[in-house]
Design a protein around this ligand. Structure first.
Ligand code: URA
Length: 234
């Protein structure tokens, strides 16, 4: 692929901007200045630098972000900052979107991608991917609440009760809940319908993939083949 197209597909601006970046000497490959936008490069395992920052070439972007509280899963946020402000600008430019949404005050595992099929596969109501949340509750948890969550609770506007795949207390006020759907405020509404109140919510895993313990709040990383395999295994 020629260098202009490489930068363009990776989100470094319009074709004209990418040509200018290259021609002005901002790009290196294998430690050498790369100033010819038309020169062909093998994209397999390619790393290039732009202004001294190294980027791996990815035909499609698959990213995990440890979402902090106070960020909206939107490029056009209404009341808080956008999760995209935590990511390099080229992700938005290349069309990366959130794979489903977390509420602004929910923390934890957020996937992002520019692969439309991947986004659809993980957000489609038909494809029931388990998602594990840890909720802090206002009131102590009891067996009646856990039983209601496991058996199913009726949420406003839903035709039938929705059950958690698993609901386990990790402490008096800490609940581990696995759900298959991704309905609006689903976990908070389920906890309320079971007679408690969700005070804080964190997503820990999707499918067989768990948020890496070393990924600090606000930090992101590329998903490798192992991570993508675990996600699909769900
Ligand atoms: N359920 C909720 O209530 N909020 C989230 O952010 C995710 C799941």
């Amino acid at each position: 692929m020629n260098l202009e197209s490489i930068l363009f597909t990776q989100g470094f601006g319009s074709r004209r901007q990418c040509r200018a970046l290259i021609a002005r000497g901002h790009v290196t490959i294998d430690g050498e200045s790369a100033t010819d936008p038309d020169a062909d490069h093998d994209t397999n395992a390619l790393n290039f630098t732009v202004d001294g920052v190294t980027w791996p070439y990815h035909a499609a972007a698959y990213i995990v972000l440890n979402k902090p509280a106070g960020y909206e899963c939107s490029r056009d946020p209404q009341h808080h900052r956008s999760v995209f402000s935590l990511l390099p600008a080229q992700f938005a430019t290349r069309g990366v979107q959130c794979v489903g949404r977390l509420d602004q005050d929910t923390t934890g595992l957020l996937l992002l991608s520019d692969d439309g099929q991947f986004v659809h596969a993980f957000t489609s109501p038909k494809r029931k991917v388990p998602k594990l949340y840890v909720a802090t509750t206002r009131h102590p948890l009891d067996d009646a609440q856990l039983g209601a969550l496991r058996e199913g609770v009726l949420l406003h506007g839903e035709p039938k009760p929705i059950a958690a795949v698993a609901a386990n207390a990790r402490g008096d006020h800490e609940l581990e809940l696995t759900v298959l759907e991704g309905k609006y405020h689903q976990v908070k509404r389920m906890i309320a319908a079971a007679g408690n109140r969700c005070e804080a919510l964190h997503r820990d895993s999707i499918g067989g993939y768990t948020l890496p313990a070393e990924l600090a709040p606000g930090a992101w990383q590329w998903l490798d083949e192992t991570a993508l395999g675990l996600l699909r295994k769900g």
